[in-house]
Design a protein around this ligand. Sequence first.
Ligand code: PMP
Length: 331
Amino acid sequence: MNKNKGIHNNILELVGETPLIKLQKITKNLKGAYFAKIEAFNPGHSSKDRIALHIINNAEKKGILKKGATIVETTSGNTGFSLAMISIVKGYKCILAVSDKSSADKINLLKTMGAEVHVCPADVAADDPRSYYEVAKTIHKKTKNSVYINQYFNELNIEAHYKTTGPEIWQQTAGKITHLVAASGTGGTISGVGKYLKEQNPNIKILGVDAIGSVLKKYHETGEFDINEIQPYKIEGLGKTLIPTATDFDIIDVYEKVSDKDAAFASREIVKKEGLFCGYTSGAVMQATKQYAAQNYFDENSFVVVIFPDHGSRYMNKIYNDNWMKTQGFL
Ligand code: PMP
């Protein structure tokens, strides 16, 4: 765990081994003890460093990624930043298809990190040729010597968290964890961590967080893709309007949906009460934790780990901007 002792050869050696911090004030009125896994401590400031590095290392080992190759991906921003950072260190070209729901900050960041960025409309069907999924596929087909990361449908996404985040949480809690609360986007985090934890102790409950406007919760409950669930929402990286195979729905016990507004206020509350400058989905996870608590999921003996996926700096023009909050009708 002493990863900051001594000299590192490059920034990629700092991926993973993020801290677990006890929440002191925000959970004061909830039963049990609460601990946040702060993924913003990754060098790319999000949990996505883990999957990006794991998938690229794997492709190199298999000989799929050759010198001078191009890395192509669809991304809500964080995966893109991680891929761009890794591409610089390892000498690859990076092309990203991004949804226009991503903040301007995130898109500028990706460009700053040397990536070629294609901005695509968010509110079209996943199989529409304009969607960021289809745009990335087309770029991959057209670009010789390119690799498509495909995080939504890549089992290495789950494996990255199964091999790193899961064991870290188990060790950091000395096996005392009783509940995990995690956001579900691609589902890689919750599925990989959940699988590892349940293998150590099958009684651990895996509580998912979904967005109002996404299909995941309903799909988990009914096995059906219900198009009526879909509506536009603002939280980036949470929930889906398709069913990603990087989600292992059997590992997840239950989902709770949160609103844009509640998640925004919860993010601000984490900052104000804990001094943790975290992103929008961290607020979503906190809000869902409160909703689970209100439904008596926890008691005095609960040892709850919540995962905070990224850093607040990426949302200065959104939830941390009063004008944006007013425009949404939140303030
Ligand atoms: N929060 C943020 C900010 C994200 O970018 C993502 C990934 N899209 C998630 C949460 C969800 O993580 P996962 O994809 O592993 O489900």
